[in-house]
Design a protein around this ligand. Sequence first.
Ligand code: ASP
Length: 439
Amino acid sequence: MKKVVKFGGSSLSGAEQFEKVREIILSDKDRRYVVPSAPGKRDKKDSKVTDLLYEAYGLASEDRDFSEVFKKIEDRYNGIISGLGLKISLDKEFNTIRENFLKKCGEDYAASRGEYLNGILLAEYLQYTFVDAAEVIFFNEDGTFDSTKTYKVLHDRLEGIERAVIPGFYGSYADGRIKTFSRGGSDITGSIVARSAKADVYENWTDVSGFFVADPRIITDPETIEMITYTELRELAYMGASVLHEDAIFPVRREGIPINIRNTNRPKDKGSWIVQSTGQKSKFTITGIAGKKGFCSVNIEKDKMNSEVGFGRRVLQAFEDNEISFEHMPSGIDTMTIIVHQDEFIEKEQSVVSELNRLTHPDSIDIESDLALIAVVGRGMKSSKGTSGRIFSALAHANVNVKMIDQGSSELNIIIGVKNEDFENAIRAIYNIFVLARL
Ligand code: ASP
């Protein structure tokens, strides 16, 4: 067995957390390749090292004094070194970074140093080989990830190394310049390493014991999801559930490598498994609920719409010409509704309406704002009857007016539109019926 383990910023925020991480790694000899983030917050008031690096570089790029912020960064690492009793000094590295800041080496280089330095420390502490991500993770000139070169180089490199630490979040262009992924991108590095190493499992260690069935800010102590498929996760993540970087599933998904989300502070918890497919029934009919506020619906009515060839295309044309993407498009015989993001739509509203009038000559156009969308996701819905019935009776009991319903053809999700103000109530009602009442 071969496991790739990624530890997030809160798992490596200080010496005490490093000790927990070491124990986790050493307790399983299959945990051979380790991907660290930069030190995160130790408490609510603390700063993430990555944020400090952006701040320091922001000052440097305006030729302002960045020594105070830089000192905070040095202190974070020196605190870890002394807390763990390591016999290593990062002073040379700090000097190089400072000089490169003065030379205006770029924001990506600056931000990447958080992971780079943490990787050096973790490798020293574990006595694993340090592999600089700049030598094994590559980007194309247009900034996209160069998968072909990366998988080849990284695979060959790791074949010769039994145990290694590879810092997350960054790689390099062909000419050696540093480039980072988007924020939270160490999750992606972990996935890339797992694929290149042909790992059996990608463990992603963080500060929660997996995905929750629903947002803990709305539901107190929600249940954790034991197993979720990549596709279900995509649906939930799209609707706002976030634990893992959205792009982190792609490298491992192709190879069918499962991801196990684990909690560094509660290592005995089993966490959540993200898998390609599973015959295992989920504990509840639904796997998860997520949602977002801030949508608008544009309702277009026209008699005999159903027999007018090209009507739908012309409607969408009006949105496309205004560069607005749409989220959903439920339709009736003589009506069609387009759901869009309110903040994107609002400033172009009148231009869209006039183009709709010009292109489609509707009987009426009616716009409703302040809507929320809720996705109820679950592979189990396909084989169980009455799921939507239960959702809507729960919503009716909770006094929530349903504005829109859209069931995906995969029968994996049901999307429900409600008023923004009913959002939390609706989520509670759905959670209660499926999870608490287990119907
Ligand atoms: N340290 C980076 C960030 O804060 C990347 C990561 O932690 O995944 O976004």
